[in-house]
Design a protein around this ligand. Structure first.
Ligand SMILES: [Cu+2]
Length: 128
C-alpha cells in the first residue's frame, strides 16, 4: 500500500491559517507593552506640611491609579506621615521631602495624620 505524502500540501495551508492569529498575537504584545509604558510613570502629587498642618488637608486622587505622593515637610521639626487606612508610615525630617507610593485605591476616604502633631496635622485622601 502506498500513501501520498500529505505533509508538503498540509504544511503550507497550516502556516497560512496561523498567520492571522500570529498577527493578532503580535498586536496584543504591542498593546501590552504600550500600556505597561503608560503605567511606568505614576501620576505625581504633592502634599505640604506647614505649621504642623497638611496642605491641602484634602487631596483628591483618581481611584484605581498608583500615585507618587511627595510629602514636603516645610516645618523645621520632623513629622511622621501616618495612615492606618493607607498602611503607610514615614518620618520626614524638618525641611525634607519623602516619596510615598499609594494606590491603586478603591473609591473612598483615607484619613492620614502627622503622628508628632496629631491635634493639628490631619488630612485625608479622597479617591474618586
Ligand atoms: Cu507611626
Amino acid at each position: 500500500m502506498t500513501f501520498p505524502l500529505p505533509r508538503p500540501t498540509i504544511a503550507r495551508p497550516t502556516i497560512a491559517r496561523a498567520l492571522p492569529s500570529l498577527a493578532a498575537f503580535a498586536l496584543a504584545v504591542v498593546i501590552a507593552l504600550g500600556s505597561a509604558g503608560a503605567h511606568a510613570a505614576p501620576r505625581q502629587m504633592t502634599l505640604i506640611i506647614k505649621d504642623h498642618r497638611f496642605e491641602p488637608a484634602e487631596l483628591r486622587i483618581p481611584a484605581g491609579e498608583k500615585i507618587r505622593l511627595i510629602v514636603h515637610n516645610q516645618d523645621p521639626t520632623p513629622e511622621e506621615f501616618e495612615s492606618y487606612e493607607l498602611k503607610r508610615e514615614k518620618v520626614i525630617g524638618g525641611g525634607r521631602k519623602a516619596i510615598i507610593f499609594i494606590g491603586p485605591l478603591k473609591p473612598g476616604s483615607y484619613p492620614f495624620f502627622g503622628e508628632f502633631n496629631p491635634e493639628t496635622a490631619q488630612g485625608r485622601i479622597i479617591a474618586e
